[in-house]
Design a protein around this ligand. Structure first.
Ligand SMILES: *Cc1c(COP(=O)(O)O)cnc(C)c1O
Length: 329
């Protein structure tokens, strides 16, 4: 199941789906609207709504579009029980094995399972759970969740699914019938301390811009809003045409890695809406028009994310409308 929710993690929902149309057994999206966008683009693959539906009207629509449903609550069971249409849904019955977000708790399992089994609206049933800390490889959290899932479902002869990207990488025992990679498909590491290069992942997205100014800043002067950064030496500062209006987070700290002409340098001062200052003193050759790579090829997004106290997921999801997208095969 190729997970392409949130605009395919900022990579473009439709273009990503088209690129994977032959490779993916199904597409995972969070919400009905995302599934509708896929159907609107004539993508006929199986589509799984990872949050399911919340009203009878949504269920009708899901039936019409033949979406598969995650069922994680008694409200969703009731909707299925009351469904009068002809469609027989493929249902992913979700167990909460410790994440405490969505899914039937262990003490609800027997009741919910019985009711699902009696629903005429259900054709195929599969079993799933989601891990809260798969990226802690070898940790107790994921191990306990996998054990609970196996204990509850081991005797049921239905297809099952546990693994997101981090579990695919770090938990071989989670690689059961279906796996649900998101982030790693886009060439980004989900495992802290093991970046994309180390895992053999190649970034699908490279976010690039160029220098629109290069200036000398004498020692002691400051750069940018609030005078946050003060030049410790006579410096050459390049101004790149990217800022928080493009999705480059404002809270990135001085020292954030960035590439100018494929050379690693550092961001200085506050990120503005449209611009970012870079210390290019040591490059000597920096010129207006030079290529700036913010993340992607040569600089994995998972290496940038900690400088904004975040994770690569949020960086790529946060690319704004203003950023022009160019596709290459
Ligand atoms: C988002 C999501 C995934 C994919 O997670 P990654 O960490 O991006 O691989 C898998 N399963 C579910 C239920 C999800 O919501």
């Amino acid at each position: 199941m190729a997970v392409i929710k949130a605009n395919a993690y900022g990579h473009g929902l439709i273009a990503t789906a088209q690129a994977l149309v032959a490779a993916a057994d199904s597409f995972g999206v969070a919400r009905l609207e995302e599934g509708m966008a896929l159907r609107g683009a004539r993508i006929d693959n199986a589509v799984v709504l990872l949050e399911g539906v919340f009203t009878a009207a949504e269920l009708q629509l899901a039936g019409r579009e033949q979406f598969e449903l995650v069922v994680h609550s008694f409200l969703q069971l009731e909707l299925l029980e009351q469904y009068a249409g002809a469609h027989r849904f493929t249902v992913w019955f979700k167990l909460d094995t410790g994440m405490n977000r969505l899914g039937f708790r262990l003490d609800e399992f027997a009741d919910a399972w019985l009711r699902l089994g009696r629903c005429k609206a259900v054709g195929t049933t599969r079993l799933m759970t989601h891990l809260a800390a798969a990226e802690e490889i070898g940790g107790a959290s994921a191990r306990t969740q996998i054990e609970r899932f196996n204990a509850l479902t081991g005797a049921i002869a239905l297809e099952r699914s546990i693994a997101n990207s981090a579990a695919l990488i770090g938990w071989p025992q989670a690689r059961v019938d279906w796996v649900r990679p998101g982030l790693m498909m886009y060439g980004i590491s989900p495992v802290p301390g093991r970046d994309a290069d180390a895992l053999g992942l190649r970034p699908a997205m490279t976010l690039q811009t160029q220098l629109i100014a290069v200036r000398n800043v004498p020692a002691g002067e400051t750069v940018g809003y609030g005078g946050l950064w003060r030049a410790p030496r006579d410096s050459v500062i390049g101004i790149a045409a990217i800022g928080y209006g493009d999705g480059y987070p404002r809270n990135l700290r001085a020292g954030t890695p960035i590439l100018v002409n494929e050379q690693a340098v550092q961001v200085v001062g506050r990120i503005s809406m449209d611009m970012t200052a870079i210390d290019v003193t040591d490059l000597r050759t920096a010129r207006i028009g030079d290529a700036v790579t913010v993340w992607g090829r040569g600089l994995p997004a998972d290496r940038v994310a900690p400088y904004a106290d975040t994770i690569a997921y949020e960086l790529v999801c946060g690319i704004s409308q203003r950023v022009a997208v160019e596709w290459s095969p």
